[in-house]
Design a protein around this ligand. Structure first.
Ligand code: UDP
Length: 309
């Protein structure tokens, strides 16, 4: 296949591109490098079959030649970006997704979109199944991302209904691993960075909020299977093993052998209190479930962070 990956310089985008290249496909990466990194592009450029276009997908663009699959992972995704990049996030979720849908339509290509567990907001149903409509504050600090991604899903399904475009929707849950941006403000990288530097780990609130962390190789495997299947509609791709953020801090202190302590900081507004995917649909439709334990995944991520130090 010839595959366009929007957001190829980002964390998950570069791993998905690498996987498709390893499987013998050609990948055209598109990214404006606002949160993606040149280092990830250079990593992919060393492999055969990869070409890169530096472009902001909110502006219309053309790709010459045939395209079989358009993967859309282009969006800043860390809560620390939701303030400074608020308008860009709303634009990439609307104009950006529209341009990528138009590209897929023009090329008769399949469209694989990376959506998010954030569409469930601060959930009142636990664990979250795909048929849960969510609990999102439409004007809150996280709304640019949550509502942006909800709008994107609506737009994608409208393209499917109106034009018969073959669309696939992955709702992904807290993914981590090597090549995450170390300064992207998310909990795994913050805690590892702080533990390795012997600095206090910054726990927001009392740390009783929960998340379910999925290692990037599992995430990519789920998305590749979703891209290859015929199911239209959202499928959760995440690891259902749920822990509190305080437990995560303790695990990272233990795995790094750090002498760091834990300090409590104010809780950001609208921070979801619980989050865990119900993956029954992914198991049934994709025959997929995560394989990498949190211990192993965190070890690999810590090793990666240590190399960068
Ligand atoms: N968090 C924390 N300390 C940090 C960064 C994040 O306690 O230094 C918490 C955050 O409040 C949230 C959880 O960790 O409850 C996951 O945050 P992250 O930004 O990684 O992802 P989210 O799931 O909120 O999008």
């Amino acid at each position: 296949m010839r595959i366009v990956v929007a957001g190829a310089a980002g964390f998950i985008g570069c791993h998905l591109s690498k996987r498709y290249l390893d499987d013998g496909h050609q990948v055209v990466g598109v990214d404006n490098l606002v949160t993606g990194s040149q280092a990830n592009v250079d990593w992919l450029a060393s492999l055969s079959g990869f070409t890169f276009v530096k472009h902001n997908v909110t502006r219309r663009f053309k790709i010459d030649g045939p395209v079989d699959l358009v993967c859309d992972l282009a969006c800043p995704a860390s809560p620390v970006d939701f303030g400074p990049l608020a308008i860009q996030i709303l634009r990439v979720c609307s104009e950006g997704v529209l341009n990528l849908l138009e590209l897929a339509r023009a090329k008769n290509a399949r469209f694989l979109h990376t959506s998010t567990s954030e569409v469930y907001g601060d959930p009142e149903v636990h664990p979250q199944r795909e048929d849960y409509w969510g609990h999102v504050n439409p004007i809150g600090a996280r709304s640019v991302y949550d509502e942006g991604k909800r709008y994107a899903e609506a737009l994608i399904m409208a393209y499917h209904r109106k034009w018969g475009l073959p669309v696939r929707l992955a709702r992904i849950f807290n993914t981590y691993g090597p090549r995450m941006r170390l300064d992207d403000g998310r909990v795994v990288t913050n805690f590892i960075r702080q533990a390795l530097a012997g600095k206090p780990l910054t726990l927001y609130g009392d740390g009783s909020q929960t998340r379910s962390f999925c290692y990037v190789d599992d995430q990519v495997e789920g998305q590749v299977r979703l891209g290859a299947c015929d199911y239209v509609g959202p499928i959760n791709i995440g690891n259902p093993e749920e822990i509190t953020v305080r437990q995560l801090a303790q695990e990272i202190i233990a795995l790094t052998g750090s002498a760091s302590r834990i300090v409590e900081k104010p809780m950001p507004p609208d921070d979801p209190k619980i989050r865990r995917p119900d993956i029954a649909l992914a198991q049934k439709i994709l025959g997929w479930q995560p394989r990498v334990s949190r211990q192993d995944g965190l070890r690999k991520t810590i090793d990666y962070c240590m190399q960068l130090k």
